[in-house]
Design a protein around this ligand. Structure first.
Ligand code: NAD
Ligand code: TYD
Length: 350
């Protein structure tokens, strides 16, 4: 089976490609623009496999994307390429509209042109799989969970652009009968996570002796999922999901941001002790504009229909993640020195 993965040099895309190369016999083509978040080092473990190849390409480039479909002739496309950081969407919203909305529409158009030329038997197998976020559902209060039928209510330029891309995917499925699949997942964490997101930022700032910034009071809640559990869910949905359906994916690991940061500090205190606890570096800073209070996913549809359960609980996964950052300075040092050194993003107030 031949699969195109877009955004395969990013955090989740690279975990998915490592999973596909190690656990299936798929041939994988990674289509990625290599923005600041794309990093070929994320694929070191699989880059010499004869079943892996890479093409640098912007998903908005219709000519090049059409050519890739024609030449590679995929059986499936798994679409992860996106601008993914809420804080950056506050600073530069239009880049999010360009890639997440226009790029997804372009990819759908190219996929449809390709699909319409396929023989019937290949058509039956083809899937356009769109990887999205729980943030499209908006923000929860203290109670309740997002289900697949929760109305969309995105609040940030990031989540609005992802919601828009989900609508595009459903429209191509409904109008043109392109066999589409959508999943909406909660916050991921794990190895190779770009250090602009909460968990890797906290680990690396802690090691650098820098402040550990907590937006507002630290009482916002996220539902954390280990990235390898997400990769496994995505492949299951690709193989066994029903075209036209949506699946929510979540870890059932709700934590306040303060709890997450304190746990990171406690693990570091144990694995890399110093005179004072890392928790002394915790600093409360001005809140993110429009900060969503709580996300929590009900993933019972995926659990019941496709028999998926997360295998890594949060305490185990976080410990593994902290260990990984301690052991893999070769990966993060160049990023912190050249790409992003941890300064505050998305303060707003332009
Ligand atoms: P990431 O920012 O780590 O990686 C994004 C990748 O997309 C990068 O390799 C980047 O180079 C590439 N890319 C960006 N713009 C592109 C363009 N115009 N053309 C081609 N490639 C481009 O993101 P991630 O955290 O791995 O997220 C992957 C997907 O999963 C996204 O669609 C995101 O919305 C979704 N998602 C993420 C999370 C999370 O917690 N990180 C949770 C749920 C869903
Ligand atoms: P983030 O990792 O950016 O993911 P998302 O905004 O998509 O949930 O942030 C996770 C939570 O951590 C979110 O509530 C914002 C908060 N946060 C901080 O408190 N400090 C930080 O430095 C960052 C990056 C995030």
């Amino acid at each position: 089976m031949k699969v195109i993965v877009t955004g395969g040099a990013g955090f989740i895309g690279s975990a998915l490609i490592r999973y596909l190369i190690k656990n299936t016999d798929c041939t994988v083509l990674n289509l990625d623009k290599l923005t600041y978040a794309g990093n070929p080092d994320n694929l070191k473990e699989v880059e010499t496999s004869p079943r892996y190849s890479f093409i640098q390409c912007d998903i908005c480039d219709s000519g090049k994307v059409a050519e890739i479909f024609r030449d590679f002739a995929p059986d499936s496309i798994m679409h992860l390429a996106a601008e993914s950081h809420v804080d950056r969407s506050i600073d530069s919203p239009l880049e999010f509209v360009r890639t997440n909305v226009m790029g997804t529409a372009n990819l759908l158009n190219c996929a449809l042109n390709y699909y319409s030329m396929l023989p019937e038997e290949k058509k039956n197998k083809f899937r356009f799989q769109h990887i999205s976020t729980d943030e499209v559902y908006g923000s929860l209060g203290k109670e309740g969970f997002f289900t697949e039928t929760t109305p969309y209510d995105p609040k940030s330029p990031y989540s609005a652009s992802k919601a828009s891309s989900d609508h595009m995917v459903r429209a191509w499925g409904h109008t043109f009968k392109l066999p589409v699949l959508i999943s909406n997942c909660s916050n991921n964490y794990g190895p190779y996570h770009f250090p602009e997101k909460l968990i890797p930022l906290i680990i690396l700032n802690a090691l650098d002796g820098k402040p550990l910034p907590i937006y507002g009071k630290g009482d916002n809640v996220r539902d954390w999922l280990y990235v390898e559990d997400h990769a496994r869910a995505l492949w299951l949905i690709n193989r066994q999901g029903v075209p036209g359906e949506t699946y929510n994916i979540g870890g059932n690991n709700e934590r306040t941001n303060l709890e997450v940061v304190e746990t990171c500090c406690a693990i570091l205190d144990e694995l890399r002790p110093k005179a004072e606890s890392y928790s002394k570096q915790i600093t409360f800073v001005a809140d993110r504009p429009g900060h969503d209070l709580r996300y929590a996913i009900d993933s019972s549809k995926l659990q019941k229909e496709l028999n998926w359960v997360p295998q890594t609980d949060f305490d185990t996964g976080l410990r593994e993640t902290v260990k990984w950052y301690l052991e893999n300075e070769w990966w993060w040092k160049p990023i912190r020195e050249k790409n992003y050194s941890g300064e505050r993003l998305g303060k707003g107030g332009k």
